[in-house]
Design a protein around this ligand. Structure first.
Ligand code: NAG
Ligand code: NAG
Length: 292
């Protein structure tokens, strides 16, 4: 799997080097392909991504890439020369930094070129994320730390990233979550060691743009407060043994219909969902899980 990713990235870079002479629209094409390589979640995010490529977000990327001078070549580092070490270890394309399975081992977050929008740092040995790591890189829109060994994140680490929309911390060693920035649309912490006391009940409450929340394969014993915007919620393979009427619905409003939620996974938890009929009456479809 890792070798395949590495070969795919190498192939994409190679193809793009060949094509880069032929004009800016190839940059756009290349960007899409690299995006495919760096998927943040299972199939749902793939669907989401496909959907997104038909709306404005990628057009902005296309513009940004088209603005790059034609003679800059695909592997030129962005920003000043102090960025060089990161862009020698990693692949820097305009606005994006790809540090996947870096050799020698990458154990901390690399210094990022100014104006970085996308950071893909999957499958490294990063242990800790500090409040200084992103410093003034407030331009970040997507960060992917899937498959590291992160066990600690300082609380302010992501707080200043007001443009951050997608964050993946999947496949790490986290027992608790830091404060999350308000504009997140997708957050993935699947396959960690999250405990209920490390995920404050209000951890997601203020994220009023959140659409996809992945917390599967952890040690949670309760469902945190889920904002009304959320469409996909993955909680499978945790240790949740009970839910209440107010977990998803409103006990004081029997006419309430939860508008957006269309996928809840609760399979692999020690809960018989059949015992809580009133907890799901406001939903348009029942959670996936055990009913007897
Ligand atoms: C699961 O939760 C129960 C309490 O509901 C607790 O006794 C048990 O230790 C938990 N198991 C794990 C693996 O955390
Ligand atoms: C239901 O309770 C919430 C607080 O728990 C309150 O804000 C809301 O106004 C109540 N709604 C009704 C219909 O009583």
């Amino acid at each position: 799997m890792r070798t395949r990713l590495r070969m795919l990235i190498a192939a994409v870079v190679l193809v793009s080097m060949v094509l880069s002479a032929s004009g800016a629209h190839y940059h756009t094409h290349r960007h899409h392909r690299l995006e495919d390589v760096a998927l943040t979640e299972e199939t749902d995010v793939r669907a989401q991504r496909n959907k997104r490529s038909t709306n404005g977000d990628d057009d902005k990327n296309a513009l940004m890439l088209a603005d790059a001078p034609d003679d800059s070549g695909p592997l030129q580092p962005v920003g000043d020369p102090s960025d060089l070490p990161t862009c020698l270890l990693c692949v820097c394309l305009t606005g994006s930094v790809y540090c996947e399975e870096v050799d020698p081992d990458m154990t901390s977050v690399p210094t990022l070129p100014k104006e970085t929008n996308y950071l893909y740092a999957r499958y490294n040995k990063i242990k800790k994320i500090t409040a200084k790591d992103f410093g003034d890189i407030v331009t970040l829109k997507r960060i992917d730390f899937t498959g590291n060994i992160i066990s600690e994140i300082e609380d302010g680490a992501f707080a200043k990233l007001t443009m951050l929309e997608e964050l993946s911390l999947a496949e790490n060693q986290l027992a608790k979550l830091p404060m999350l920035p308000a504009k997140l649309t997708a957050f993935n912490a699947n396959h960690n060691k999250l405990k209920t006391k490390g995920v404050k009940a209000n951890a997601f409450k203020k994220l009023n743009k959140l659409l996809h929340l992945y917390l599967a394969h952890n040690e949670l014993e309760a469902v945190p407060l889920i904002p009304e915007t959320v469409r996909t919620l993955h909680l499978q393979n945790n240790n949740i043994s009970t839910v209440s009427t107010d977990t998803f619905c409103k006990s004081n409003d029997t006419y309430y219909i939860r508008p957006n939620m269309n996928e809840i996974r609760m399979d692999g938890n020690p809960i018989n969902l059949g015992q809580y009929p009133n907890s799901f009456i406001c939903l348009q479809s029942l959670p996936i899980g055990r009913y007897q």
